[in-house]
Design a protein around this ligand. Sequence first.
Ligand code: LLP
Length: 401
Amino acid sequence: MTTTIPTNQLLEIAATYGTPVYVYDANKIKTQYEKLVNGFSILDTRIFYACKALTNLHVIKYINSLGCNIDCSSINEVKLALHAGVAPENVLYTSNGISFAEIEEAVAAGVHINIDSLSNLEKFGKKYGHSYPVGIRLRPNIMAGGNLKISTGHDKSKFGIPVEQISELEQIVKDNNIFIRTLHIHTGSDIKDAEVFVKGIEVLFELFPHFPELEVIDLGGGFKVPYKEDEKETNIAALAQKLKQAFADHPLANGKELQVWFEPGKFLVSECGYLLAEVNVLKQNADVIIAGINTGLNHLIRPMMYDAYHYISNLSNPNGEEKKHMITGYICETDTFASDRMLPEIKEGDILCIHNAGAYGYEMASNYNSRYRPAEVLVKDGEAILIRKRESFEDLLKNII
Ligand code: LLP
């Protein structure tokens, strides 16, 4: 796997801004967005970037400047999107387990909302009646996603309103005359089999007769990106064909053409991101060299939390002799990035590059072990721009009273 940013520029960024540092390639984001737009051109589609993957304001602004809408998972993400200058009609708030107060705030902001519980839907109906078109997040009872922790549509999941509760749901909608514009599902992240999206709309087709004012179906996010060299990303054009076929085989909802919304996170920003770290120490174990780097699960938790594979390259010695390495972090936990990886020989001081770090990387970072969160750099039109500085000791103290 090669980096989309030249090695010498990555090394320069490491030297200029220090390590660990997250680096994002704006060009790669644009390429991914264009794949979505071109692939889905045969359907009436709107793309909302699931900004929980990476919320740096500059990234939100950049993605919005491409013409992409923004999906949010908390009221603060909604505020960030609005602060970034995104128009409310281009912001979607798909939450779970939130208080009704957040829904009221989202209504006041004028953004699209998907509601995920019967109790909030009822409160919404009592307060807004038919005046504010809204979406409902359903749980379709479909198993999907790269692993159980990122599977959200199955029958034991906390997400959405279970489809089997359709009668109760319909009663609440009728009693309060709620304008249900959207049916939403999100079955999981890192979905390998795109058939899941077809299964998803088939579940929704069954429900169409219950919602006479329906205008939109929202199939969530979850498109796959390659984390390993032999993995393939979701073929968007092929998926669009399958969805079009499914629509063709099915009577339209209430005789109306529906718009299809998607909320991709990883597809847009996973591969654009690199976490650069320096090798602090080497240790020799029986048959493996342990390379301890100056980052850890505090900065990229995916390998430890999901057993996620992240490709790693040695920028300082790309053509060295391949040796078996274990790459570990500096946190007082077993924070192993790779346990048994053939890599060009690593020396102390080398700069390693962890690939696919754009999505859920910085975003899930913490101050564990009282470490600072890293800096973030965006490479745009060949130029490296610092878009968030590294934290400092003052940041660790700032809310202490
Ligand atoms: N829409 C909804 C309602 C979601 O819950 C999510 C992700 C997305 C869209 C975007 O999914 P994506 O296209 O990024 O797969 N931290 C985990 C992933 C958690 C995903 C949470 N929801 C990871 O690093 O794998």
